[in-house]
Design a protein around this ligand. Structure first.
Ligand code: NAX
Length: 329
């Protein structure tokens, strides 16, 4: 039998977990490769019971690719031997809670998980979904001594998918006819979905849409506020679409990106597109399909767009300052 890939998921008893685990196990994400799922949730009876129930349902699907499911309340156990670790679990933002309070509330989780990752690390790659995901990613990576920062990324793929759906709706085309859409910056209301380099049926999106004002105002705002709109409509935050984006993210890193294409992911900044060093910021990324990736260079951004990118990166620097005491190196 081919060696199974071990995939650890935190917050696995939660809403995103309930849409995510099945697609990790089914063969959709890792093809024919056998999968062992290692599921983590809080070490309290209620969470562990829910986790066991979720694991029972995953087993009941009878996926031919699934060769094991383990539940745990201990990150050291869950992360040991994992090739992919999806950090989904964190506390949700409460009513009236400021973003800085959420950052302070969730930061310590990612200190502990960074330490546990370091103990279990071999070739693992880590995707952070739990919010505020860029800064949580920074905390986890900085508390994972000796593991390259490039092994970590945070999820902005949902924002890219939302942006594609918005453009397709406006242009009256299919999602598949849209390419080159990058979300820059923070997974927050400051994010910048770059329409200037996007194409629709191979033509510049700006030409096809023909309404710069709509692109600069309505489109950008719709993408930035989509998470809030979902909560207002559903009474719950995005779960199935977030899980779907996490699957897209893992698949995008697993396979070689076709020439001339890219996808959005928050990765360790080394200065591309004037992004400050020392943060995880969303950029256009291309994977080599062998565990490495590069930031796609050469996209042209207007001065207007450069200001948007600078503003969202400034927010990430501010978030970094809020958790400075949690960062190790
Ligand atoms: P839920 O509240 O349904 O589930 C979270 C789960 O995490 C719970 O089962 C909880 O017990 C567990 N948990 C909490 N602390 C933990 C810890 N220290 N170790 C292990 N497990 C822990 O939230 P859900 O809807 O699944 O969302 C999870 C996270 O994803 C939230 O932080 C949410 O804000 C974030 N999101 C991120 C998105 C993105 O695009 N990056 C979009 C969707 C979502 O908003």
């Amino acid at each position: 039998m081919t060696k199974p890939i071990v995939v650890a998921v935190t917050g696995a008893a939660g809403n995103i977990g309930y849409s995510l685990l099945f697609r990790l196990a089914s063969g959709e994400t890792f093809g024919d490769r056998p999968v062992i799922l290692k599921l983590l949730d809080l070490p309290i009876a209620e969470a562990q019971k829910k986790l066991e129930g979720t694991a029972m349902e995953v087993l009941d699907c009878g996926f031919k690719t699934l060769v094991g499911v383990q539940c745990s309340g201990d990150a050291n156990v869950a992360f040991d031997g994992a090739s992919w670790v999806l950090l989904v679990g964190s506390k949700p933002r409460g009513p009236g809670m400021a973003r800085a309070d959420l950052i302070r509330e969730n930061g310590p989780i990612f200190v502990g998980q960074g330490n546990a990752l370091q103990r279990g690390a071999s070739d693992m790659r880590v995707l952070v979904v739990g919010n505020p995901c860029n800064t949580n990613c920074l905390i986890a990576a900085s508390n994972c001594a000796g593991v390259p920062k490039e092994r970590f990324s945070a999820m902005t793929r949902l924002d890219e998918n939302r942006a594609i759906a918005q453009l397709a709706g406006k242009a009256g085309c299919t999602n598949a006819e849209i390419a080159g859409l990058t979300v820059f910056g923070n997974h927050s209301e400051s994010m910048y979905p770059d329409f200037e380099n996007a194409t629709i049926r191979g033509q510049p999106a700006t030409n096809v849409i023909g309404d710069l004002n709509w692109l600069q105002t309505t489109f950008v705002a719709n993408v930035q506020n989509r998470g809030k709109a979902i909560i207002a409509a559903r009474g719950l935050s995005s779960a199935a679409s977030a899980a779907s984006a996490a699957i897209d993210h893992v698949k995008d890193f697993e396979r070689a990106t076709p020439a001339g294409q890219w996808f959005s992911a928050a990765v360790w900044s080394e200065g591309s597109y004037a992004s400050p060093a020392g943060i995880y910021t969303s950029l256009p990324v291309s994977s080599d399909g062998k565990g490495g990736y590069s930031v796609v260079q050469g996209l042209q951004l207007s001065p207007w767009a450069q200001d948007k990118v600078a503003a969202t990166n400034k927010e990430l620097l501010d978030e970094r300052a809020v958790v400075a005491d949690l960062l190790k190196g």
